[in-house]
Design a protein around this ligand. Structure first.
Ligand code: AMP
Ligand code: MG
Length: 313
């Protein structure tokens, strides 16, 4: 159900969740100081309780309410990247709810840049806001995706299609070396340039990472259709598949979308394409792999590889 900002603030203040747009994907917001409201978010999403939530704020001062320690490199990153698609993991203050942090000793904070998100958070206060999809499904990049997952009873602020289309970069600044738990629009090189420090990015979520950022261990983002990589030498011509390609020589057709190396556009559209494949009852979504040179030259492809690999499962 579409709601205005005024109505959304009323609902949040009453202790219930509201979905709203950010520049990355739609979030399912709830008052970060209200355990009952946060529990509703976990229940609605079917989210495992050991998967911590990101707290969304709309001013630099609010970091002090949640973070126990703000190292210099974090200050540099906040100055350079906030508001924007970068989530920072800080050591937490003791009063931050365990429900948010899955009882870790850290808390994830982000100040989104979307104007509607900023106004909502500024007026309603800090909000936890995981992606507004049922757990495991592709994240919503349109208000209609939210309604598809939760039905029309869930209030949504409709801000049109989101600009970036993949979730924020999640960066642990609480310890050195800095570690990216989830690659996104703001990439390793950006972070190294801003902080002057080395940054670790691992595509394979190992056991240690699964303990430190539990969300990374779950299979995610998947449509009903099977997602897989296009095999070497395979021609993209099956009738019941959707092909997403970027570099190979192929004619654009209804079941083959050619991004012509526009990887940012591919990121923006990926989840909508996953959902469309299901609407069209296709059996497969087949994606052209990204070679090492492409990954080096176009860091957004690291985020694409991450989400597509998790959709493959
Ligand atoms: P979502 O909001 O559904 O896009 O997922 C939030 C992501 O942030 C998950 O991958 C979580 O594991 C990660 N995250 C949230 N809080 C923390 C934290 N305190 N420490 C490490 N990772 C976190
Ligand atoms: Mg999510």
């Amino acid at each position: 159900m579409n709601v205005s900002i005024e109505k959304a603030i009323e609902i949040l203040t009453d202790g219930h969740p509201v979905a709203f747009p950010t520049e990355t994907v739609y979030g399912l917001g709830a008052d970060a100081w209200n355990p009952d409201a946060i529990r509703q978010v976990f229940d609605l999403k079917g989210r495992p309780s050991d998967n911590p939530l990101i707290v969304h704020i709309a001013s630099r001062n609010l970091v002090d309410d949640f973070a126990a320690d703000i190292p210099d490199h974090a200050t540099k990153l906040m100055k350079a990247c906030w508001p924007g698609p970068l989530t920072l993991i800080f050591k937490k203050k003791p009063n931050v709810l365990d429900l948010i942090t899955a009882a870790l000793d850290t808390v994830a904070l982000r100040w989104p840049s979307h104007a509607l998100a900023q106004e909502l958070i500024f007026r309603a206060g800090p909000l936890v806001a995981p992606s507004a999809n049922k757990s495991g499904r592709p994240s919503p990049t349109k208000a209609s995706h939210v309604t598809e997952d939760f039905g029309d009873d869930l209030p949504v602020i409709d801000g049109g299609a989101t600009q970036i289309g993949l979730e924020s970069t999640v960066l642990d600044i609480s310890e050195l070396p800095l570690r990216i738990y989830r690659p996104g629009y703001i990439d390793k090189k950006d972070i190294e340039r801003i902080t002057g420090l080395d940054v670790i990015l691992t595509q394979e979520a190992g056991k240690e990472q699964a303990t430190r950022s539990p969300g990374t261990k779950y299979s995610h983002y998947a449509p009903e259709a099977t997602v897989r990589w296009l095999e070497e030498g395979e021609s993209p011509d099956k009738k019941n598949a959707l092909y997403l390609v970027h570099s190979l020589q192929a004619e654009e057709q209804p079941h083959l979308l050619h991004y012509h190396q526009d990887y940012k556009k591919m990121a923006t559209e990926l989840y909508d394409r996953f959902r469309q494949a299901d609407h069209n009852r296709l059996e497969e979504v087949v994606v052209e792999p990204f070679d090492a040179q492409t990954r080096e030259q176009h860091p957004i492809t690291e985020a694409l590889v991450n989400r597509i690999s998790k959709a493959i499962g």
